[in-house]
Ligand binder design. Sequence first.
Ligand SMILES: NC(=O)c1ccc[n+]([C@@H]2O[C@H](COP(=O)([O-])OP(=O)(O)OC[C@H]3O[C@@H](n4cnc5c(N)ncnc54)[C@H](OP(=O)(O)O)[C@@H]3O)[C@@H](O)[C@H]2O)c1
Length: 233
Amino acid sequence: MNIILTGASSGVGFEAALEFSLRTENHIVCIARSADKLRKLLEIAKGINPDCNLLPVEFDIVNDDYAALNPFLTERLGHVDILINNAGALINKAFKDTSAQDFAEMLQSNVLGHFNMIKNVLPLMKNGSHIVNIGSMGGFQGSVKFPGLSAYSSSKAALHTLTECLAFELAETGIKVNCLALGSAQTEMLEQAFPGYQSPVMAFEMGKYIADFAKTGHKFFNGKIIPVAVTTP
Ligand SMILES: NC(=O)c1ccc[n+]([C@@H]2O[C@H](COP(=O)([O-])OP(=O)(O)OC[C@H]3O[C@@H](n4cnc5c(N)ncnc54)[C@H](OP(=O)(O)O)[C@@H]3O)[C@@H](O)[C@H]2O)c1
C-alpha cells in the first residue's frame, strides 16, 4: 500500500509509521518538520525491518511549498491508498489569555494544514483510497470539555466537520473520508493538555489502532467521526 502519514516524528504518528513499516510492501511517506526525529524513526524502523520502505520527508504542512512536494509524491508513490492527517499542535491557555493569533495558529495547524495536504494529494487518490483525519474528543459534539483547550478543541471540531463534508462531496469517486476522535494516548501532547495525567492507552497501542483503521475502516465507514476513548480524558 502507498501511504502518506503526517505528524510522524513523535507520538501516535511515530508509532503508526513503525506499524506500517513492518510490512515491506507498504511504501510510507512520513512527514514532519523535525529532521532529527524523522532520522531516528527511519533508524528504528530499519532496525525492526531492514527492508522497510519508509520515506522520511521534512515538510511543514502549513507553511512549506506543495509545488516542491508534489513531484516527489508522484515519482515515489504514483498513487496514494491512504492519507493520514495526524499532524497537530496544541495551545493550552485560558480563554481570557488566548489571543486571536493563538486561535489562528490552532486553525492553521489543525485544519488548514490538512486542507492543504488533502487538496494536493487528492489527484493521486482513486476509488478505494482512504483519508483518515485525526480529531479529538475535545472537538466531539456533546463531549466533556476542559478549561484551556477552547482554541484547540474548536480547531478539531472544524476538522470533524470537514470530514463529513468531504466524504459527501467525494462519494462518487469512491474515496472514503473518516475521522478518529482520539480520547487520550500517552504522548508529549497529552502531557501538555493534561499535565501529570496518565493515559491507560500507550502511544504504540493508539498508533497501531490508527494504522489498522486506515487499512480497513473505509470498508465499513464513510464520513464518520468515531470516538476512540475508554476514559475521559
Ligand atoms: N495524544 C492524545 O491523547 C491525543 C488526544 C486527542 C487527539 N490527539 C491528536 O493526535 C494527533 C497526534 O498527536 P500526538 O499526541 O501524537 O502529538 P505529538 O507527539 O505532539 O505529535 C504531533 C506531530 O505533529 C507534527 N506536526 C505538528 N505541526 C506540524 C506541521 N505544521 N507540519 C508537519 N508536522 C507537524 C509534529 O512533528 P514536528 O514538530 O516534527 O513537525 C509531531 O510529529 C494530533 O492531531 C492530536 O491533536 C492526540
